[in-house]
Design a protein. Structure first.
Ligand SMILES: [Zn+2]
Length: 284
């Protein structure tokens, strides 16, 4: 370990600055969205079985709700632009823009070179949780997804129902694309209902029992046409373990709602990002 300089404490005492002040982000019109939601009727439902994945589609302007049913259960969510799987949810930039955990009013942003709002969180029944004394909170964009490769590295196991595999199988079934092609489209997730943080002493990623109970839900407004995939994580409520069949696991319900389109007449789907993509060259 290197010797600290004389002014080490003064350097540590420098106050942080927010990397991306988000007051200039395109703001969602939550009151318009909620008025539209009040008019909406259910048009589809998908039940994702425990330790499995399932796909759903939500057109721009529709709402999708993920609900805990039967028992406390964490879900791993992937989103793609329905017409181009290359445009996918970008958990890293969503984290940089909104923070480690997301709730009502926050948006899920898409990958480069697209970077536009994919979905807006309009309701979160766990928003009361806030940040606990361990630095834990709900619905994180700091984790990745449980996967069999990390499981093999750490434990030498061949386990096939990690979220990565569940999402891969679900996407293959939905699109008809080969399994291994789908695997490359699976990406870092929104950890729905999961309670996580980083330990203050070692900075390690931690999880703890999710506060979710049957009936709790998180609901999104689709800012663009979406294909979604959700995995009911083999960690169950993620209070103890994952990457095995040891934890108690429960289904998750996804519902799609169609609003009265007249209430969306002043709204349009997220536009393409305005960066010109010349990257400093004269022409591209
Ligand atoms: Zn998982």
């Amino acid at each position: 370990m290197n010797k600290a300089p004389k002014d080490a404490e003064a350097r540590r005492a420098i106050a942080p600055v927010i990397v991306y002040p988000n007051d200039t982000l395109p703001k969602p019109d939550l009151s318009m969205m909620r008025a539209a939601r009040a008019s909406a009727t259910k048009v589809d439902e998908v039940i994702v079985p425990p330790r499995e994945g399932g796909c759903f589609r939500a057109d721009a302007g529709q709402f999708f709700r993920i609900t805990s049913v039967e028992g406390p259960q964490v879900g791993d969510l992937n989103l793609w632009y329905a017409h181009d799987l290359n445009e996918r949810f970008f958990s890293g930039k969503t984290r940089a823009l909104h923070g480690t955990h997301v709730s009502s009013g926050d948006r899920l942003w898409s990958s480069l070179p697209y970077l536009r709002a994919m979905a807006t969180i309009v309701e979160d029944t766990l928003d009361w949780y806030g940040m606990d004394a361990f630095g834990g909170s709900v619905h994180d964009v700091i984790g990745t997804r449980c996967d069999p490769y990390t499981g093999y590295l750490l434990s030498g196991v061949q386990y096939h129902h990690c979220c990565h595999s569940n999402l891969t199988r679900a996407l293959a079934e939905e699109t008809g694309l080969p399994l291994h092609a789908c695997e490359f489209h699976v990406h870092d997730v929104l950890n729905v209902f999961m309670c996580t943080g980083f330990t203050r002493d070692t900075g390690q990623y931690f999880m703890k029992a999710s506060p979710v109970r049957p009936g709790d839900y998180i609901e999104f407004f689709a800012d663009i046409d979406l294909l979604g995939a959700l995995s009911a994580c083999p960690g169950g409520d993620c209070s103890a373990t994952h990457t095995s069949d040891a934890a108690a696991c429960y289904p998750l319900k996804v519902e799609i709602f169609e609003p009265d389109r007249a209430l969306l007449r002043d709204w349009s789907p997220s536009p393409a990002n305005g960066y010109d993509r010349t990257h400093g060259t004269r022409d591209a």
